[in-house]
Structures are given as structure tokens and as C-alpha cells.
Design a binder for this molecule. Structure first.
Ligand code: ADP
Length: 480
């Protein structure tokens, strides 16, 4: 039996702010239980739903030194869907309305968490062969393991993996503060370790000291070795290229299933979508106050409204896009200028554009089910889950060829009759517009071809199974 510990700052269903929570919640369930004992450790946040906090059982507590502080470390436990979850309890660090606030407080919080992850292991009697760390919040786990913990025989031979879900977020602050917070010695604050451009950098520490580094798509794994996508760590990622690989994320095929999804009014599958899917469109048009027309092409957008997702291109072209024979349905929150931009277009093109500026899981499912196409022209995209959800619901993605979008959406080729969506290469508003127009043309003039594309999209398998096998392979290789 191989023991693996997932160290993460969020996991579904306990706490979620982004895609990381989906990965940390879904992936552990997909490993072969005969060979792998996968457990998960995360903070116990005050902002978690009471129903979850009520189900946690207190195991024990102790005190741990970090920096100049001596901190309480409580350990809570819960078994959920066959997986053992441990929660680090500390009301000083994990209070507040959201898991994250801002630096340097977040850095102190997750330095504490990373050190606590290691400190609790002998206490709970679980010795992992591998600690699988996710994003900058757990970047210090490999660093602390390399540091004092190595003096304890319990920790000898434990391997670490650093998975990068988004390189943009690194956990950075000035060296002096990071040194105070972490209690790490001068040795670690050199450019070949935690120091990056005169600052202390948690993620960099993780990348340097982990035995293997992964990211969430093969293309992103290549891209981050270049200055454009490398977020100033491309040099380091090139140096670690032999230990860097991309494993694409999946989605939970039980939750995202148009045959059974309780959030959508009309169920359908690969055989029935030609008749049934459109009923979801009509229902959504009614719900959102759009013109009720089964034949109009509906384009969905569900996203954080940030530059990363290509909203400057959309803002630039929105008026143009609306000149076409399309309806646009937007669900998202984020930067104010984009929220206001969509509110404006909802007003200007009332009946053809609907913008909902909030977070609504169930509505997102109805949009995936109802739309004909899904627009996602990202500037960069480590993996992206929305396009996978779209494919599953027979909604054809229109994407920019970057990161995970490039790896999961196969562009339509009208000569060969292949492809599952539409894509363009350069980060250019006109290229995006042309691609949308091309999709419209196929939708209206060649519905047979469109529907065949939907057939192919729905036949794709982006469940976790494929990716879990690749992680298993890597675990086996690392443990030897
Ligand atoms: P990222 O993690 O970079 O935000 P992903 O495409 O990987 O982007 O995942 C985003 C997830 O969040 C998708 O499941 C998407 O449906 C969901 N989502 C984003 N915004 C909203 C919203 N306002 N309401 C409901 N779901 C949303």
C-alpha cells in the first residue's frame, strides 16, 4: 500500500474559491484503493458551512513553534465518501469570511499551515510516501521537510510533489518579512532557493525543493518555460524541466451529467440532444427574459471576470458580436469594469443579452445545458474546467489556443470532418470575432455538421479516470 497525502488550501465540498477545490475534492476518490491510501489535509476555516464543522471530530492538539510564535495546532478528522480528511484547527489564522485575504497575512497563515501539515504526521500516525502539494499555499511543505524535519527519522525518504494550478499566484513578500514569518534561516533566502527578485517566494521554494513538479495541462507545462507565460519563474522551470510534467484536470462526470443533472429542466444524452437540448434553451430564455426563439444561436460565458479570461477582447468586440444573430448569456463576478460592461450591454441589447453578476452553481449548469456555444478566449489557461463542462453538455467551446484549452478542444476542420469546437491562435480581438462569425456560419448554414461536432464533443472523456492513472504512474515512479 502506498500512502499519499494531499496538502491543499481548499477542497470540495468543504470549501471552494476556485478550480483547485474541485481537483482536491474529486481526484483522491479516483485512485485504485487497493494500492493507494490517499488522505487529504486542509485548514479548518471559520467560514466553512456549519454542517461540515459539526461533522468533524476532534482528534488531539499540540503546540508548534514557527517564527517567534508558539501556536496551537488542533487536528480534526472526518471520513467523507471513503476518504480520510484532516483539518488543521487554529482560530487565530483561519477566521475571517473567506479563506484568503491579502499578503503578508495570508503568507503567515499558510506558512503556519505548511509547517503544521508536517508536524501532525507523527501525531496522527500516518507516514505518507508522498506529500502532494498544491499551489503556493503549500509551497513551504517541501522546504520545511528539507529543513528541520529531516532530523527526525519518521520523515526520512518522504517525497514531495508540487502541483501548479496557476503560476500567477506565488505567495510573495519582502525577504525580511518572509524570514520572520517562516523562521527559515538565511540559507534559504538565496536566488537558488526561496528568493526571487529580492523577495521571498513560497511557490518558488516548493518548485526548488519538491521531487517532482506538475501542472494541469501539457501545453501549460511547456508554456510556463517561456517568458510570456513564465511569470518570472521561466528560468527556474527550465532548470527543472526534467522533473516537470503536465497532467490535465478532469471533471466529475457524476455531477456534470446531462442525463441526470438535477439542476437542468430537460435531460439529454448523446442520442437525444438533437430534440431535447433545445428545450433547455427555451426554458433559459424564458427564465432570463430573453427573446424566446429555439433557432437563435446562444453563446454562454461563465467565468471569473478578469483579464486572464480574455475579457478585454470581449469588451472591445462586444458591440460587434451583438450585431450577429446571437444571444449572449453571461454569469460571472470579478473586476468592476467588466461587471459594469456586461450590465451595460444587458441594458443596451435587452432581450438578446443577459448578464447575471453573481455566483450561482445551479444557473451555471442550466447555461451549460442550454447554450449552443461557450466563449472562453483566455490570455492564459492552466487547464480550464468550463470548456470541459461545455463539451459534456454538447455546447461547443470557442477558445483561444492556449494551455489546457489547446489540449482539450480540438478545432473544427470542415475538410476532414473533425473537431469539437472552434479556436484561434493569437490574442487578438479580430481573430476572436472572426472565429465567432465562423461558428455562427456553421450553426446556421450547416446544422448537420454542427450536430456531428456535438456528437464528437459529447463522446470525449474528460472524467478524472485518465488523469488519475497518470498521477498513479508518477507516484509509482517516485516511490520506486
Ligand atoms: P478558474 O479556476 O480559473 O476560475 P476554471 O474554468 O478552471 O476557471 O473553473 C471555473 C469554474 O467555476 C467552472 O466550474 C465554472 O462553471 C465556475 N464558475 C465561474 N464563475 C461562476 C459563477 N459566477 N457562478 C457559477 N459558477 C461559476
Amino acid at each position: 500500500m502506498k500512502n499519499i497525502l494531499f496538502a491543499t488550501s481548499e477542497a470540495v465540498p468543504f470549501i471552494k474559491t476556485g478550480g483547485l477545490a474541485d481537483v482536491a475534492g474529486a481526484l483522491p476518490k479516483c485512485f485504485d484503493k487497493q494500492y493507494f491510501d490517499i488522505r487529504v489535509i486542509l485548514p479548518k476555516y471559520a467560514c466553512m458551512k456549519q454542517e461540515w464543522k459539526d461533522k468533524m471530530e476532534y482528534m488531539t492538539h499540540f503546540y508548534m513553534d514557527i517564527g517567534h510564535k508558539n501556536c496551537y495546532v488542533g487536528i480534526m478528522h472526518m471520513e467523507y465518501e471513503g476518504i480520510q480528511f484532516y483539518f488543521i484547527d487554529n482560530e487565530y489564522y483561519f477566521s475571517g469570511p473567506t479563506p484568503y485575504s491579502s499578503a503578508p497575512w495570508d503568507l503567515e497563515k499558510f506558512a503556519y499551515f505548511s509547517k503544521a501539515v508536517l508536524s501532525v504526521l507523527p501525531v496522527i500516525g500516518f507516514r505518507p510516501d508522498i506529500i502532494h502539494c498544491h499551489d503556493w499555499q503549500t509551497g513551504l511543505v517541501p522546504v520545511y521537510l528539507h529543513d528541520t524535519f529531516q532530523q527526525n527519522q519518521f520523515f526520512w525518504g518522504i517525497k514531495t510533489i508540487m502541483t501548479i494550478h496557476n503560476l500567477k499566484f506565488q505567495g510573495v513578500y519582502d525577504v525580511k518579512t518572509v524570514q520572520e514569518i517562516t523562521g527559515l534561516s538565511d540559507y534559504y533566502f538565496a536566488p537558488d532557493k526561496l528568493e526571487a527578485y529580492k523577495d521571498g517566494n513560497f511557490l518558488k521554494g516548493g518548485i526548488v525543493f519538491a521531487d517532482a513538479v506538475t501542472t494541469v495541462s501539457a501545453t501549460y507545462a511547456q508554456e510556463i518555460r517561456t517568458p510570456f507565460y513564465g511569470e518570472r519563474l521561466d528560468g527556474l522551470l527550465n532548470a527543472r524541466a526534467q522533473s516537470l510534467r503536465g497532467i490535465v484536470n478532469g471533471i466529475d462526470y457524476d455531477i456534470f451529467n446531462p442525463e441526470t443533472d438535477p439542476c437542468i429542466p430537460y435531460h439529454f444524452d448523446a442520442r437525444t440532444f438533437r430534440k431535447e437540448k433545445v428545450k433547455n434553451k427555451l426554458a433559459l430564455q424564458k427564465e432570463l427574459g430573453l427573446e424566446e426563439d429555439p433557432n437563435v444561436m446562444m453563446i454562454g460565458i461563465i467565468s471569473r471576470l478578469t483579464d486572464q479570461k480574455g475579457f478585454d477582447l470581449i469588451a472591445y468586440m462586444m458591440d460587434e458580436i451583438c450585431q450577429g444573430a446571437v444571444q449572449i448569456v453571461v454569469l460571472g463576478t470579478g473586476e468592476e469594469r467588466y461587471e459594469n460592461m456586461f450590465r451595460h450591454f444587458d441594458w443596451k441589447y435587452h432581450g438578446r443579452v443577459s448578464a447575471r453578476i453573481y455566483y450561482d452553481e445551479a444557473l451555471s449548469h442550466r447555461i451549460y445545458a442550454a447554450s449552443d456555444a461557450f466563449l472562453m478566449p483566455s490570455l492564459f489557461e492552466p487547464c480550464g474546467l468550463s470548456q470541459l463542462m461545455s463539451l459534456r453538455y454538447g455546447t461547443l467551446p470557442i477558445v483561444r489556443e492556449t494551455g489546457g484549452l489547446k489540449d482539450t478542444v480540438e478545432p473544427y476542420n470542415e475538410y476532414e470532418g473533425t473537431g469539437t469546437g472552434f479556436s484561434f491562435r493569437n490574442y487578438n480581438a479580430h481573430e476572436m470575432l472572426n472565429t465567432i462569425r465562423y461558428a455562427e456560419k456553421i450553426f446556421y448554414d450547416n446544422k448537420r455538421e454542427w450536430n456531428k461536432m456535438v456528437d464528437r464533443a459529447m463522446a470525449k472523456d474528460f472524467s478524472w479516470n485518465q488523469s488519475a492513472r497518470q498521477y498513479e504512474e508518477m507516484y509509482n515512479w517516485l516511490i520506486g
